[in-house]
Design a protein around this ligand. Structure first.
Ligand code: 5GP
Length: 203
């Protein structure tokens, strides 16, 4: 069995991470989504335990103190984190665990873990990004400005990632990520018994 790995997907707010990862998950059943914790308020159509685990600041920092988080960061005035146990269990099962996290979280993961593929999702342009943020209609004007300015700063970190994908269309972005996954699956280091498998024949 190939070893599982972490697939980190970052990119500015409005680049389409949510839509792309949803489509990606539908297209492949060997990928599981790591549901993050957040102290932010749920948006109207968000479901607790599906989009996020919505928690109080007290609960959040209790989990920090108990070392239950793989990484955590403050993003746009709220706190976000990846729970550790779920990720460890799934990697052990040979699955690809998709983390949709910001740059600060990705950098923490990069420092601590080896078995990770980092992808940066880009909008086609900054003006298109603003249009998408406005059309989403879920943030106030002030929040949109914060997210837009943060987005521009985040672009400086693209060099920390292994791959970039431009989200011109969701279909194309998903295909690009599928190709990255297919190549990563064939990395020799992810397979322990290649010679044995060839001798016996592959399943
Ligand atoms: P939103 O509030 O739009 O759902 O997310 C805001 C930002 O927080 C996005 O860039 C998203 O990738 C990031 N984010 C979501 N979950 C996590 C997480 O678990 N850890 C970190 N570091 N960032 C996260």
């Amino acid at each position: 069995m190939a070893q599982g790995f972490l697939l980190v997907l970052s990119g500015p707010s409005g680049a389409g991470k949510g839509t792309v990862s949803e489509a990606l998950m539908k297209s492949q059943d060997d990928i599981v989504f790591s549901t993050s914790l957040t102290t932010r308020q749920p948006r109207p159509n968000e479901v607790d335990g599906e989009n996020y685990f919505f928690v109080s600041k007290e609960k959040f920092f209790e989990m920090v103190d108990n070392d239950e988080l793989l990484e955590y960061a403050q993003v746009h005035n709220n706190y976000y984190a990846t729970p550790k146990k779920f990720v460890y269990d799934k990697i052990e099962d040979g699955e690809i665990v998709l983390l949709e996290i910001d740059v600060q979280g990705a950098l923490q993961i990069k420092e601590r873990y080896k078995n990770v593929v980092f992808i940066f999702l880009l909008p086609p342009s900054m003006s298109e990004l603003r249009t998408r943020l406005v059309n989403r209609g879920t943030e106030s004007e002030e929040d949109i400005d914060t997210r837009f300015n943060n987005a521009y700063k985040e672009l400086d970190f693209v060099g920390e990632y292994d791959y970039f994908v431009v989200n011109n269309t969701v279909d194309q972005a998903v295909k690009d990520i599928q190709n990255i996954i297919a190549a990563e699956r064939l990395r020799v280091k992810r397979h322990k018994n290649i010679k044995e498998n060839v001798s016996k024949g592959w399943d």
